[in-house]
Design a protein around this ligand. Structure first.
Ligand SMILES: Nc1nc2c(ncn2[C@@H]2O[C@H](COP(=O)(O)OP(=O)(O)OP(=O)(O)O)[C@@H](O)[C@H]2O)c(=O)[nH]1
Ligand SMILES: [Mg+2]
Length: 552
C-alpha cells in the first residue's frame, strides 16, 4: 500500500462554492476519457502503449517483439495475459498530453471477455475502434460498435498495421460505411499502399507527414512535415495517388463535421502502425481536438429516446460510477480495487461519500490512481477520471457513490451466460478459501455464480459468456486463493430470467434446472433454445425473460 493509513478525513463543503464549480468545469473540459476497442489482435494494447509513449510517460515501448515471448505492454499485467499475449481484463491509464488529461482504457478483444469491455463502454465518453488493415471489419468489432451506438458514444476509427500488406484503403472505408452504417471521414490518408507506409497526407492542411523508421519502433518515431510540393518531389506517383484518392473523398462529402461525429453519424478515420509508432501523434491530436470532454452522466427513468432522462451536470456535487472490480492485481497488492469513473464534482481523498445502493457512508481513505498494475496515491480527481478505491468491499459493479444531492446511475446489464460448470474444491479441507475465492470472482464479474438447494453450497455453478472465463477462474482460484478447483461442465447453453412464482413449476420440467444467481435473480437453465420454446408453448403463464445477449 502506498497510501498513508493516517490520511485525514477532509470534510467536503455541503454546498458547492461557485469557484469550485468553475474549477470543475475547467478540469472536466480538459479530460478525454475513452476506450480502445476491437476484435482480438488488432493492436489495442500496442496502441495504448504507443499513445502513452508518445505522451512520454514510458521511455521504451514494450511491444517490440512478436506476441509470444514479447515484453508485456503496460496494460497487460496479468500473468495469463503475458503468457498468452492477449488481454483478459481491461486496464486504465492516465497521462497528460499538452494541456489535456487523457484517461484511456485498454479493453480485451476476445469475445469471452466481452462483458468486461461492455462495462468499460458504460464508463467512457468515446471509443477508438481499431481495424486491422489486412482483415478489415471483423465480427467482434461489429458487435462492439453496436454497443457504442446504443450508448451514443462517438467513435474514432484507426486503421492499424498499415506497415503490413493489407486491403485497399477505399475498400476499408466502404466496409465501414456498408457494415456499420457510419460515414467514414478520413482525417489522414496513407501515402503508400499497406505494407509500404511512407507517411500520411493530412487532409485538413494538405501537408505530408513523412515517417522515419526507428529500430524496432521502440522509441518515438520521428516525423517530418512538408508541404504538397515537397511531398510530390519526394514521393512522386505515390503522393499523387494519395492526393487523387483524398480529392475523391472530398467530392463524396467524406470530410469531418464535428456535430455529425459527436452525434454518431460519422467517424473520423486515421491510418497508423502502432508497432512502429507511425500515425500515433495524429491519433493523440485527434483525441485532444475532436473527442468530447467529460460528458455529464444520465440517470432516472428512460426518456423518449430510451436513455435515462435526467442529467447530473459535471459541476454538480461529487458522484462516481463503479464499472469494474478487480483483485490480485499483483503480488504486492492482493487487495480488491473498485474502479469508479468520476461523473461530477471534485473527488478528494479521504472524503466521506454515500453509497447509493445501501445509503451507508463510506470513507475514501485509500484512493489510488492506477496505471496498469502500478499505483500511486491519488488526492484529487475530476469528471472523466478513473479512481481506484482500495478495499471498498461494499462497492459492486454498477454502484454509485455521491455527496450531497443523491443520485443513482443505471446498473450495468449482465450478459446471458452460455457455458455452465459445477465448481468443487479439489481439497475439501480448503473450503473456506474456496468460498472466499468464488465470492471474489463473482463480485468482479469474472464469472457469474449460481446456486440451488439441490446442489448445495459446496458446489456452486459457474456461468460464463465464453469458456476462457473458466480458465481465468480456475487459474485465479489456485494462485490467489490456494483453492484449486475441479470444473464439471454441464450441458446447458441457455439461461432465462424467471421469478419466484414460476420457479417451482419450472423446476419440475424435465431437462431444465432452476438456480439462483448471486444477485438474487432466479434463472432457468436449458440445454437449447428449442427446450425454451417448448416450455413457452406448453406453459405460457410461466415467466421466461431473455437476459441481455452477449452479442448485443
Ligand atoms: N505489423 C504490425 N503488428 C502489430 C501492430 N500493432 C500490433 N501488432 C502486433 O499484433 C499483435 C497483437 O497486438 P496487441 O496489441 O496485443 O493486440 P490487442 O488488440 O491488444 O489484442 P487483445 O487484447 O488480445 O484483443 C502483437 O503481436 C503486436 O505486436 C502494427 O501496427 N503492425
Ligand atoms: Mg490487448
Amino acid at each position: 500500500m502506498t497510501s498513508s493509513p493516517t490520511a485525514p478525513q477532509t470534510q467536503h463543503p455541503t454546498t458547492q462554492h461557485p469557484t469550485v464549480q468553475q474549477d470543475v468545469r475547467r478540469e472536466a473540459s480538459r479530460r478525454r476519457t475513452f476506450a480502445v476497442i476491437s476484435h482480438p489482435d488488432a493492436g489495442k494494447s500496442t496502441l495504448t502503449e504507443a499513445l502513452a509513449l508518445h505522451a512520454q510517460v514510458i521511455n521504451q515501448a514494450g511491444a517490440v517483439h512478436g506476441k509470444a515471448g514479447r515484453r508485456a505492454t503496460v496494460s497487460d499485467w496479468m500473468e495469463m495475459e503475458q503468457e498468452r499475449g492477449i488481454s483478459i481484463t481491461s486496464a486504465a491509464l492516465q497521462f497528460a498530453y499538452e494541456d489535456q488529461v487523457i484517461n484511456l482504457v485498454d479493453t480485451p478483444g476476445h469475445s469471452d471477455f466481452s462483458e468486461d469491455t461492455y462495462r468499460v463502454l458504460s464508463a467512457v465518453d468515446a471509443a477508438v475502434m481499431l481495424v486491422d488493415a489486412a482483415k478489415g471489419l471483423e465480427p467482434q468489432t461489429l458487435k462492439l460498435f453496436r454497443v457504442c451506438k446504443a450508448r451514443g458514444l462517438p467513435v474514432i476509427t484507426v486503421i492499424n498495421k498499415w506497415d503490413r500488406p493489407g486491403l485497399d484503403p477505399l475498400e476499408l472505408l466502404e466496409q465501414i460505411q456498408d457494415q456499420i452504417k457510419l460515414v467514414p471521414t478520413p482525417l489522414t490518408w496513407p501515402v503508400g499502399i499497406a505494407g509500404d507506409f511512407r507517411g500520411v497526407l493530412e487532409r485538413r492542411t494538405g501537408d505530408y507527414v513523412a515517417f522515419t523508421r526507428t529500430a524496432g519502433g521502440a522509441t518515438r518515431a520521428p516525423e517530418e512535415r512538408m508541404d504538397a510540393e515537397a511531398a510530390a518531389a519526394r514521393e512522386g506517383d505515390v503522393w499523387e495517388t494519395a492526393l487523387e484518392e483524398s480529392d475523391l473523398l472530398a467530392s463524396d462529402g467524406a470530410d469531418h463535421d464535428q456535430d455529425l461525429f459527436l452525434s454518431g453519424f460519422t467517424t473520423p478515420v486515421l491510418f497508423a502502425s502502432a508497432i512502429s509508432n507511425f500515425g500515433v501523434s495524429s491519433i493523440l491530436r485527434t483525441l485532444v481536438e475532436l473527442a468530447p470532454s467529460a460528458v455529464p452522466f444520465r440517470h432516472g427513468e428512460p426518456g423518449e429516446d430510451g436513455r435515462p432522462a435526467q442529467v447530473r451536470e459535471v459541476d454538480a456535487p461529487f458522484s462516481a460510477f463503479v464499472f469494474k472490480v478487480q483483485a490480485g492485481m499483483n503480488t504486492q497488492h492482493r487487495d480488491r480495487v473498485a474502479f469508479a469513473r468520476v461523473c461530477s464534482g471534485v473527488f478528494e481523498r479521504g472524503m466521506v461519500v454515500t453509497h447509493a445502493q445501501t445509503g451507508r457512508p463510506f470513507a475514501t481513505k485509500y484512493a489510488q490512481a492506477i496505471f496498469g498494475a502500478e499505483r500511486a496515491v491519488l488526492d484529487t480527481a475530476f469528471p472523466g477520471d478513473i479512481i481506484g478505491l482500495v478495499n471498498a468491499n461494499a462497492l459492486k459493479i454498477g454502484d454509485t457513490i455521491y455527496v450531497d444531492e443523491p443520485v443513482t446511475y443505471p446498473p450495468i446489464a449482465t450478459f446471458a451466460p452460455e457455458h455452465f460448470a459445477v465448481a468443487t474444491a479439489k481439497d475439501s479441507g480448503r473450503f473456506k478459501q474456496f468460498r472466499k475465492g468464488i465470492e471474489q470472482l463473482d463480485s468482479e464479474g469474472v464469472v457469474q455464480v449460481l446456486r440451488s438447494d439441490l446442489r448445495g453450497a459446496q458446489s456452486p455453478v459457474l456461468a460464463a459468456v465464453g469458456p476462457m472465463q473458466f480458465e481465468v477462474a480456475q487459474a485465479r482460484m489456485e494462485s490467489e486463493f490456494g483453492a484449486a478447483i475441479r470444473l464439471e461442465r454441464l450441458g446447458y447453453t441457455q439461461a432465462r430470467r424467471t421469478d419466484a412464482a414460476s420457479a417451482p413449476a419450472l423446476a419440475s420440467v424435465r431437462g431444465v434446472e432452476v438456480m439462483e444467481r448471486s444477485d438474487g435473480t432466479p434463472l432457468v437453465l436449458a440445454p437449447d433454445k428449442w427446450r425454451i420454446t417448448v416450455i413457452e408453448r406448453d406453459h405460457p403463464e410461466l415467466t421466461l425473460e431473455p437476459l441481455i445477449a452477449g452479442d448485443q
